[in-house]
Write a protein that binds this ligand. Structure first.
Ligand code: GUN
Length: 295
């Protein structure tokens, strides 16, 4: 029997998939076939796995999808030219350029080149700005949006709570903090954003009602950092060596799950917590991009 305090990310993602599938059917009935285009540059093995999973799930929900795979040496100008073609293609509703990108390519320039209405990742400066302003017409990055849904759908009290976000990356930490501090009954949290240079990180964590770990360090959140009863969300995907594993390594989260789970109020398993939610929000965003054409 799994522990009772687990947050079932897979189950909640499936609920969202069911809702998304109905929206896809409604679009199709109106003659619109939602389409998501992935762009992957180089041979990063993790990116291959992630894009493959996103593509398969898109198809399962009735969303058309294709992946452009560009070689590692691709010039930034070539990638920008592809994005420009996809921006102009009326059949493409969402564009996702998988990060990380090779060094010769400026990711910021690439994300800024995607039309904001097709930016289902929510990385375009217009969408980042809308998130900060509390303007819900933009796209919210999928991992923070997924965590927000997990909290809402498990009736976790966010309003008035002390939330500590570990990690200040543009994909998770910063947008997560922006989402939860908004003036809204769905947010209204007191948010502290901690990072590698935080002097009193441990003390901040210890008073968190909701602790969100996106710091990219294997098993960083140990039991002594967690207030008993806190809700703990593990975003981390870290490869660590493990001689007993078939390929000599395995994936672990940012949370030392075995020691934190017994004292947490609720906790995400990893895998099976945040990951499925990221995909669910991506596909929901894609359908929203297509729905915008019907208004
Ligand atoms: N790499 C890791 N996470 C993400 C994500 O959410 N979107 C994209 N495009 N790349 C990523």
């Amino acid at each position: 029997m799994p522990p009772e305090n687990l947050i079932d990310g897979r189950g909640i993602a499936d609920q969202i998939h069911t809702e998304t599938t109905l929206r896809v059917e409604s679009l199709k009935a109106r003659g619109i076939q939602p389409k998501l285009v992935f762009v992957r540059v180089g041979d990063d093995p993790a990116s291959q796995v992630y894009v493959g999973m996103k593509e398969r799930t898109s198809r399962r929900l009735g969303i058309e999808s294709t992946t452009h795979v560009l070689p590692e040496q691709t010039a930034e100008s070539e990638l920008l030219a592809l994005i420009s073609r996809l921006n102009a293609d009326p059949d493409t509703h969402g564009i996702l350029v998988q990060a990380p990108l090779p060094n010769q390519i400026d990711a910021h320039r690439v994300f800024s080149a995607i039309s904001p209405g097709k930016d289902v990742d929510g990385f375009h400066p217009v969408n980042v700005g809308k998130l900060l302003l509390g303007d819900s017409s933009g796209f919210v990055p999928c991992t923070p949006a997924g965590i927000h849904e997990l909290l809402l759908r498990t009736n976790t009290r966010i309003e008035g709570s002390d939330v500590v976000v570990l990690g200040r990356g543009n994909i998770v930490g910063k947008p997560m903090a922006a989402l939860l501090c908004q003036k809204s009954p769905r947010a209204n949290a007191t948010v502290t954003l901690c990072h590698s240079r935080s002097r009193t990180l441990k003390e901040h964590c210890q008073r968190a009602d909701i602790l969100i770990a996106a710091i990219g360090v294997a098993r960083f959140v140990t039991r002594d950092l967690v207030k008993p009863g806190a809700v703990v969300i593990d975003v981390g995907v870290n490869r660590v060596s493990d001689p007993s594993a078939p390929n000599g390594s395995r994936l672990v989260g940012d949370v030392a799950f075995d020691e934190v789970q017994p004292i947490a109020g609720r906790i995400t398993p990893n895998p099976g917590g945040v990951g499925p939610m990221t995909i669910a929000m991506l596909l929901s965003n894609t359908v929203r991009a297509a729905e915008a054409l019907t208004r």
